[in-house]
Design a protein around this ligand. Structure first.
Ligand code: CA
Length: 225
């Protein structure tokens, strides 16, 4: 995760930067409001942690500039304890969360995780057929919560079947969409890939999701529950 931290108090800044770096994230720590504004509006970040009282430009100005440019990066503002007015203004101007100083690092990490997870979910449409779940952004596939490891081509075939769940797709359909080919020979490859997918997706489960439509092709579906 790429974190932009705009905070002028050196002690807090290094404390936050260290904790996020230790947690495996990349932190860009900026102490000046003007520089923070330029960075926040020009480089992409996964989350912005924004202090309100800053030299140059204050946090609320930076927040307005970010949202004014339709940048939807989650923003968590750091406010002085009890500063209710700033907190409300911040939320009204598009901050996603706030934390009053002094705060616990654990809480900051947890809140940032929630913010970025929420955003990730929005950006990652999930395809579902029964207990089989495909994330189209990360290309990960799970069945009953367990990861199914697929090659790129296997993923593409399964993706096409899942997009068409409940409809019969012919070998030629799959060939055209995945192999970008209409050669009859290649339809044999489709059968090979379906066989591999059956082993990976269906073999260990009583309910088989990939069905053969004799003489036509395949259909993917789960029984109604
Ligand atoms: Ca400050």
């Amino acid at each position: 995760m790429k974190v932009l931290l705009i905070e002028d108090e050196a002690k807090i800044s290094s404390y936050v930067a260290k904790a996020f770096t230790r947690a495996g994230h990349t932190v860009n720590a900026i102490t000046d409001g003007q520089a923070g504004l330029i960075t926040a509006t020009s480089d992409p970040y996964d989350v912005i942690i924004l202090d309100l009282g800053l030299p140059g430009r204050d946090g609320l100005e930076i927040l307005s500039a970010i949202r004014g440019r339709s940048i939807s990066t989650p923003v968590l503002i750091l406010t002085a304890r009890g500063d209710v007015k700033d907190r409300i203004t911040g939320l009204n101007r598009g901050a996603d969360d706030y934390l009053a100083k002094p705060f616990s690092m654990e809480e900051l990490l947890a809140r940032v995780n929630v913010l970025t997870r929420r955003k990730g979910e929005d950006a990652s449409p999930l395809l579902r057929v029964g207990d089989l779940v495909m994330n189209e952004t990360t290309h990960t596939v799970t069945r009953d919560g367990k990861t199914v490891h697929l090659s790129q081509r296997e993923y593409e075939v399964l993706h096409f079947l899942m997009l068409n769940a409940g409809r019969t797709v012919t070998r030629m359909d799959i060939c055209e969409h995945v192999w970008k080919s209409v050669l009859a020979n290649d339809t044999n490859a489709v059968d090979v890939y379906i066989q591999r997918l059956r082993v990976k997706v269906d073999e260990d489960f009583p309910e088989k999701l990939i069905q053969t439509v004799r003489g036509t092709g395949y259909v993917m579906g789960a029984a109604e529950k």
